[in-house]
Design a protein around this ligand. Structure first.
Ligand SMILES: [Zn+2]
Length: 383
């Protein structure tokens, strides 16, 4: 909990605080801050607080920050009780899932900016520092974030766990391979999260990891998770009901980016193809011609592009096959702005399902029953 790079103040059940400042001054025996400190409150205030209150770390700035911190603890410990574990996450949907479970009890920060290609994303070298300070690192896994995982392993503290959600959600027999993620390359399609039932498992894994790192927060994490599982159940039910209104022969997906196989399996769609090859390059002219023929044969009412990957090729394929091109599916870019109710995993999925169902001839009415807002409020930091 106590890190060299910041100022960490931890108040335990005894009302004593162990205070460590920088790399040079440490009171490992603890500093008594008086009986006013709320019992049972874990407080960690790191570099951001230091930077806010003092111009530099170490030396006088740190002493000023320390004095302020102790003052803050005595004055308003409840406000600081929010800042326990530092949790680093990757793509926005994962950040949202962790935000729902953690509420205001942990500091959750996603490092993959929304709207970038998460498959080819390489974190900036400065993210190494974030990894070094993390108490828990949570990734989707299944090889989605290989450069980030390498950076995490090279820079994290030895005792900081790395949780790979996807790897603990489907067994190898459950892996799906396809055009964009071919079996001979050995990397299964990593997009488990468009399936809300897989996300229920993600939420349970996150809950258990948070409790392990912050046992004092058990009741909070468990209660948030219960509420979140109800939201995900409502999403799952509404998705199934909305998809059921699509004429059966239209329950087929052709997308640009291949994010939908687990979702399709859950709700009874058939993925007839994806345009983006495993290299994330453009498809070959031969592949384009093949897709146009296939579309003409299958007579799909619509094909779907993605917000993140502009897909002029799919637009062209749709035009030549005489079908509608819908350009706004998203698998890792949340709708709205941070703080909006729809800026959440559930909000993203509602929008995706609404887009698909409407374009394929069904009714999206069932989706109105689902509240997408994070169950314990907006607290995570998104990029
Ligand atoms: Zn993706």
């Amino acid at each position: 909990m106590t890190e060299g790079a910041g100022v960490a103040v931890r108040a335990g059940v005894t009302g004593r605080a162990g205070v460590a400042v920088g790399a040079d001054v440490t009171w490992s025996a603890g500093v008594t801050v008086g009986a006013d400190v709320t019992a049972g409150v874990d407080v960690t205030v790191g570099t951001e607080i230091t930077e806010r209150h003092g111009p530099r770390r170490g030396g006088a700035g740190t002493w000023v920050a320390l004095a302020l911190l102790l003052g803050l603890m005595l004055a308003a410990p409840a406000q600081l009780s929010a800042a326990a574990l530092r949790v680093v996450t990757t793509v926005a949907p994962i950040t949202s899932i962790v935000e729902n479970v953690a509420g205001d009890r942990a500091r959750v920060a996603g490092i993959v900016p929304e709207g970038v290609n998460s498959h080819t994303f390489r974190p900036a070298p400065s993210v190494a520092r974030t990894m070094a300070r993390a108490d828990l690192i949570i990734l989707n896994g299944l090889n989605l974030e290989i450069p980030t995982l390498k950076l995490a392993r090279a820079n994290k503290r030895p005792d900081t766990p790395v949780l790979l959600l996807g790897d603990h959600t489907v067994a190898e027999q459950g892996y799906l391979f396809d055009f964009s993620f071919p079996e001979d390359q050995g990397h299964p399609n990593p997009h488990l999260w468009p399936d809300p039932v897989h996300v229920m498992n993600y939420a349970r894994l996150v809950r258990d990891a948070l409790i392990e790192g912050d046992p004092g927060g058990r009741a909070v994490y468990a209660a948030n998770t219960e509420r979140y599982l109800k939201q995900l159940e409502a999403l799952d039910k509404a998705a199934a009901a909305a998809v059921a209104t699509i004429p059966p022969r239209n329950r087929r997906l052709l997308t640009y980016h291949d994010s939908w196989p687990y979702f399709a399996k859950r709700y009874g769609f058939r993925v007839i193809g994806a345009v983006q090859p495993s290299s994330f390059a453009e498809p070959s002219p031969r592949e384009v011609a093949r897709l146009i023929d296939q579309l003409k044969r299958e007579r799909l009412p619509a094909v779907f592009g993605s917000e993140v990957f502009p897909s002029p090729v799919l637009r062209q394929i749709a035009r030549e096959a005489g079908t509608t091109f819908v350009d706004n599916l998203r698998d890792d870019d949340l709708p709205g702005e941070a703080g909006d109710p729809v800026h959440s995993y559930t909000g993203m999925m509602l929008e995706n399902i609404r887009t698909m169902v409407t374009a394929l001839g069904g009714s999206a009415d069932a989706l109105k029953a689902v509240d997408p807002a994070p169950v314990a409020g907006h607290h995570a930091r998104y990029r």
